[in-house]
Design a protein around this ligand. Sequence first.
Ligand code: MTE
Ligand code: MOS
Length: 752
Amino acid sequence: MKNKDSRGHVRGESLFLDDINVRQGTLCGLVFDSPIAHGKIKNIDYSEAEKLDGIVKILTHNDIPGENQIGGIIPDEPLFAEDEVHYIGQPIAFIVADTLSIAKKARKLIKVEIEELPVITTAKEAFEKGLFISPLRKFELADTTKAFEDCNYVFEGETFTNGQEHLYLETQGSYAFPLENGNIKIISSTQGPTQVQKTCARVLGLSMHNIEVEVIRLGGGFGGKEDQATPWAVMAALGVKVLNRPVKIILERHDDMRMTGKRHPYSSRFKIGLNKQLKIIAFEAEFLQNSGAAADLSPAIAERTLFHATNSYFIPNVKVTVHSCKTNLPPNTAFRGFGGPQGMFVIEAAIAKASDKLNVPAYKIQEANLLADGDEFPFGQIAEHVESQNSWKQATTHFNLPEEERKIAVFNQENTHAKKGLAIMPICFGISFTNTPMNHARALVHIYQDGSVGISTGAVEMGQGVNTKMLQIVAMAFGIDPDKVKIETTNTTRVANTSPTAASSTADLNGKALLKACELLKDRLENVVQQKLKLNPETSVSFKENSVWVDGKKSSLGWKQLVMEAFLKRINLSEHAHYATPQIHFDKSKEKGHPFAYHVYGTSITTVTLDCIRGTYEFDAVEIVHDFGQSMNPGIDLGQVEGALVQGIGWLTMEEISYDKNGRLLSNTLSTYKVPDIYAVPDKVEIVPLETEGNEMAILKSKAVGEPPLMYGIGAYFAIQNAIRAFNPNSRLKFDAPFTPEKVLLSLYEQN
Ligand code: MTE
Ligand code: MOS
């Protein structure tokens, strides 16, 4: 089935937050933020700004009726700065005005005096000064110290991966308005409606039932709206609470880029030990996460870095540590892969280093260490239904690796100023929120008396196609046409206490709850069929093609007629079902458990051609064998792999976040921050589904697909490195992403 949203998107008819007709008297909000990255607020003078005609009120921490606190995991983040500021872009006040242009004028008239304090922008500096967001985390398997002694080869190195701007097409925003009796409704562009509801209640001093949060759809989130859609929603709601008028805020791109956090930059160190057979015997890594000025989701992201530190490999002795380092940057946050990519880059760098020193292709080391059934992950989970070797074999045979290598060798021999490079990237990504209590969801299904159906779940549509998947589940379960099913908005009054749409788990969790609701309704309807057609209880009843089928044959009873029959019999045609992932658990005190329902696997082969005069490059091809399980929607799932791949390539090649030493974002526009466009997409992207059974823990055996393929992008980095080496064998190996053309050029002509 085609993505249900395609038509509306293409025709410009789909509704996003900014398309909603606003109520009469709606005010406009604008954030006044800190111009200094670290300091003590000495004085703020709002008087000139407040005098402007059209300024309704400038709200500060003094106007907060509840707690000035929006920190989710750790309460370390005020909504508005009080005495200190910790990053440029930190909200200090919320200007509420008749129009945006007046609010912008007012913002320029606010005078703030800040006594500056030292600014820290890198994780390394923070680490040296002992500035952390949360205590370190460490995963250990067996004994690395002893194991290193037995290794034939031991190599060490350092890596850096930079941040990444989410650049969702729709910037952050929200629209809040008063309901009766002091209640407030918020329409938010958030991945986490419940998080918005909960935080609003806390800041406004209300209960959760006073706040209704509604999400229509997002113009992209990519993790950037999991936690960081909340402040704007709370500010708008605060405006409503204080002024009793509707308030809307939509961030302009510059404000969004300056004020919001990004993918976490990581500075890391590794030590890898191998034996003569190229088996990795021991691996250690220390990850320094640049968390920014407040926790946000950093501790959870740090944890996932550890969960993926050995990627798709079995290593018998492992010690990996992560430090969440406190810096004066906007709090960094979730971004597709959620710390996993940062972890996986480091093990791939370690393998690249070993390959270089031992003078064997990296893929020989990768292949020799692929995970197998029964292997233990460093966090105690035993690997089951592993597809590492399968996907590797299918990729290297289907795409004929020896032939690709031969072609590259010939090309490199024949060309002096253009060189090609190749890299293989196996992936292994755990599915489930690593915080076990978050793995549950609910769905509400109404069958209306005319046979049409309305469904609500906790899933937020953000381009990943989850609504279409939900619709497919219901259409399939009831055997009715998809156009008989309506997906309602995501709303906290219909489905409560939701986990955010994240961790690639949304279709699994919400889909399984939805399927359960449908099954319960079907049971009731089957009873009606039995009575109506006077069947004996053994007769099998099913629903297909808008009809009731009895013992495999279509009966005269249609779906619509059956529903009306049930309605007249006063049967409940609504159901609300709950699903919680079984079997998963994790004990943080021991750092051991079984946190993932299953893993997603795959293997990509990336080839690149370098222009060795200019340092520019083009990707010839990325060929992928991906583990979709049994994809319930190949069109959507292919789109997810393609999008994630290109986003991953962007992270490792051209997207370069840059802050100056004062903590000011330099890459703050689309001219200084380059994301992949159609020309940056590899000339050939071929995605072949892995031949596999799928996994029962996945919805309809269709595995989660949102984040895992981003990590194929890591292959881009190593393909470039290999091509540089073909031109200049003297260049030093570097693990300093992104590999921008400037860095490539320097490497091409570097003399050691
Ligand atoms: N695809 C689109 N088009 N837009 C997005 O914002 N977010 C990604 C991924 N794919 C995203 C996307 C992220 S970060 C996650 S966690 C998953 O979608 C979430 O949705 P899912 O759980 O339904 O896969
Ligand atoms: Mo995705 S980073 O889990 O929102």
